[in-house]
Design a protein around this ligand. Structure first.
Ligand code: ZN
Length: 313
C-alpha cells in the first residue's frame, strides 16, 4: 500500500468491524453499473454529518442489485485485505437492508459466502446486521436467517443504523434468540448517543460494542467494560468523517485505552472513508502516541476478541 510504513503493513491483523457495503471504493460503482458516470461514486461519498453518512450508506445499498454484485465487491474487498496482511476478517453484511430492498437474501448470502470461501488465505466470518430503527420484527427475521447458517459461516448478529431512533432495549428478545441459536452478538452503540446507549447494549448481552466512544463520558461504564472485558471496536477516521467526534484531536481513543478498556482498531467503511486498517494503526501512532508495543497488543486484540477461533499466523 502506498505511503504505509512496512511495520503497519506487515503486522498480522484482524478486522472485526467492517461493512461490506461501505467497502466499495468510489470508482467501483461505475464498473458495477455502467449507466453511472465515473465521478458519481466520488460525488456521493461527499457527505456532511452522521445523517449524510447514513444516506450515503443507503445509496450504496440501493446500487447493489444482484447477488453477482455482492460477490464482486466481496472479492475486491478480500484483495484489499490480503494486501495489508489481514489474516482474519469478520465482515458485516447489512442483511436488514437486503430484506428491506426485497432482494433475495439467500442468494446474496450464498454469493458473498462463496466469494469468501474462494480466498482461503483469509479466514472470513460473517456478521449479519439488522437496521435498528426499523424495529425488532425485521431484526428477528435477520436473526433467524443467521441462526440457520451458524454452520455456514455466520458467526454473529448485530444491530446498526440510527441508535437514537432504535434503542437497544427493543431487541432483548431478538438477542436472546440469537444467542440461544449459537450466534455471538455485538451492537453499534455510543457512537452518536451517550453512555446510556452502551449500557442498554450491555443489558441485552452485546459482547462487543461497535464504536462505544461516548463511554468516555461515564467512569462507571468504563469500569464495567474493563471488568467484563468487553472491547470497543474503534474506528477513528470514521468517527471524524461522520462528525461523531468534533475533530481528530478530540477522539477519545487514547483516553479509553489508558482507562484500561480493551480496544480493537477497525476501518468501518474503508471505501467510503478512503482508509486502510494499516493506515488506522499508523494514525493511532502519529496522532495519539501509541507505541509499537501498544499497537502490537491492539492488533493481537483483533484475534483475541474474534467471535471465531482465530490465530495470528
Ligand atoms: Zn459500523
Amino acid at each position: 500500500m502506498a505511503g504505509m510504513t512496512p511495520f503497519f503493513r506487515d503486522l498480522s491483523k484482524a478486522e472485526l468491524h467492517l461493512h461490506l457495503e461501505g467497502s466499495v471504493e468510489p470508482d467501483t460503482w461505475s464498473a458495477l453499473d455502467p449507466s453511472l458516470a465515473a465521478e458519481e461514486g466520488r460525488d456521493r461519498y461527499r457527505f456532511i454529518g452522521f445523517d449524510g453518512f447514513l444516506r450515503c450508506f443507503k445509496w450504496c445499498v440501493e446500487r447493489l442489485r444482484t447477488a453477482e454484485d455482492y460477490a464482486f465487491i466481496t472479492a475486491r474487498l478480500l484483495d484489499r485485505l490480503a494486501e495489508q496482511n489481514i489474516r482474519y476478517a469478520e465482515i458485516t453484511l447489512s442483511a436488514g437492508a437486503v430484506l428491506w430492498r426485497n432482494r433475495d437474501l439467500d442468494a446474496v448470502y450464498a454469493a458473498v459466502r462463496g466469494a469468501s470461501k474462494a480466498r482461503p488465505d483469509i479466514e472470513t466470518r460473517w456478521i449479519l446486521d439488522a437496521i435498528r430503527n426499523f424495529g425488532p420484527e425485521p431484526a428477528m427475521e435477520v436473526a433467524r436467517f443467521g441462526a440457520a447458517r451458524v454452520e455456514d459461516g455466520v458467526v454473529a448478529f448485530g444491530i446498526g443504523g440510527d441508535e437514537e431512533r432504535g434503542p437497544a432495549h427493543w431487541f432483548g428478545e431478538v438477542y436472546e434468540f440469537a444467542r440461544g441459536a449459537g450466534l455471538r452478538v455485538n451492537a453499534h452503540a455510543g457512537e452518536t448517543v451517550g453512555p446510556e446507549s452502551v449500557w442498554a447494549a450491555l443489558r441485552i448481552g452485546a459482547e462487543r460494542i461497535g464504536h462505544g466512544i461516548r463511554s468516555i463520558e461515564d467512569p462507571a461504564l468504563l469500569r464495567e467494560l474493563r471488568q467484563r472485558n468487553v472491547p470497543l471496536e474503534i474506528c477513528i477516521t470514521s468517527n471524524v468523517m461522520t462528525g461523531a467526534v468534533e475533530s481528530l484531536r478530540a477522539h477519545p481513543v487514547r483516553k479509553l485505552y489508558d482507562a484500561g478498556v480493551p480496544i480493537i482498531l477497525n476501518t468501518d467503511d474503508p471505501g467510503i472513508f478512503g482508509v486502510t486498517l494499516g493506515g488506522e494503526f499508523e494514525l493511532a501512532a502519529r496522532e495519539f502516541g501509541f507505541s509499537e508495543t501498544e499497537l502490537r497488543e491492539i492488533a493481537a486484540n483483533g484475534f483475541r476478541f474474534a467471535f471465531s477461533t482465530a490465530s495470528p499466523v
